[in-house]
Design a protein around this ligand. Structure first.
Ligand SMILES: Cc1cc2nc3c(=O)[nH]c(=O)nc-3n(C[C@H](O)[C@H](O)[C@H](O)COP(=O)(O)OP(=O)(O)OC[C@H]3O[C@@H](n4cnc5c(N)ncnc54)[C@H](O)[C@@H]3O)c2cc1C
Length: 216
């Protein structure tokens, strides 16, 4: 039996697991394990907040969980009475509910013909030996896998945080570079932490009206 281990139950790990559960043939001898530090319904930090103010940054009609059906999410919310337009940016909590719903539904449909296990725990190490890997989990016996997928998210940023003293002491000009969503939130935090006399620039290729740079 081919053992596939997916480490991380955030959106990346979920989408892979979901598509595997749906696509693996009933005759294939495959077992799937999804491991995360959080419980089965934990979907990573981006989807851990229930606030309706935290929105997806991709329009509803492009967020379908299956590449062949991008409007799937949009139809799903409409079927649940949510009034939305295809171009709306909907709350992230709705998207989490959608993915979890699909996971539960897919597992129910495959019950009995696909070996699936969710393990709550932290992977501490992976040893590769030829074509197999040994996965070491904190406080558990190691197990072997034929394929291991690392879906463990982003590492913390290397650069100083916005609360760093260098920002608080800044004189002159502070520039924020990046995509509109992340650099705007960064910009707003700089406003909180730096002196009112500091000149602040938000620089982003795609939010410009005049050649790439615009003072706010
Ligand atoms: C507040 C916030 C808002 C965001 N908003 C958006 C947005 O609107 N649009 C967008 O595209 N992106 C957004 N992002 C980026 C977001 O992180 C990604 O879109 C996506 O959710 C990342 O999914 P992921 O599965 O790659 O990583 P994560 O969601 O980080 O999932 C990684 C998972 O791996 C688990 N894990 C890590 N190491 C181990 C280990 N050793 N053992 C076991 N488990 C482990 C963690 O517990 C976690 O659940 C946002 C991020 C944050 C934090």
């Amino acid at each position: 039996m081919d053992q596939i281990t997916i480490i991380g139950g955030g959106l990346s790990g979920r989408l892979l697991t979901l598509n595997l559960i749906r696509q693996v043939s009933p005759h294939a001898t495959v077992s799937v394990r999804m491991i995360d530090k959080g419980g089965f319904d934990y979907m990573g930090p981006a989807y851990s907040n229930d606030s309706s103010d935290l929105l997806l940054n991709v329009p509803a009609a492009q967020m379908g969980a299956f590449s062949e059906d991008p409007e799937h999410f949009y139809r799903w919310v409409q079927d649940r009475g949510v009034r939305a337009e295809p171009g709306d940016f909907l709350p992230r909590r709705l998207y989490r509910d959608y993915i979890l719903f699909l996971m539960h539904e897919a597992l129910r449909a495959r019950a009995g013909d696909l070996a699936f296990e969710h393990i709550r725990g932290e992977v501490m190490d992976i040893e590769i030996d030829g074509l197999r890997a040994t996965v070491h989990l904190e406080g558990r016996k190691p197990f072997t896998a034929d394929r291991v997928v690392l879906a463990i998210g982003n590492f913390p940023p290397r650069h100083p945080s916005i609360t760093h003293r260098s920002v608080q002491r800044a004189r002159g000009t502070v520039a924020t570079l990046g995509t509109p969503t992340s650099s705007t939130s960064c910009f707003l935090r700089i406003r909180l932490f730096s002196s009112a006399r500091v000149k602040r620039w938000l620089i982003s290729r795609s939010c410009s009206t005049s050649g790439g740079t615009r003072e706010l």
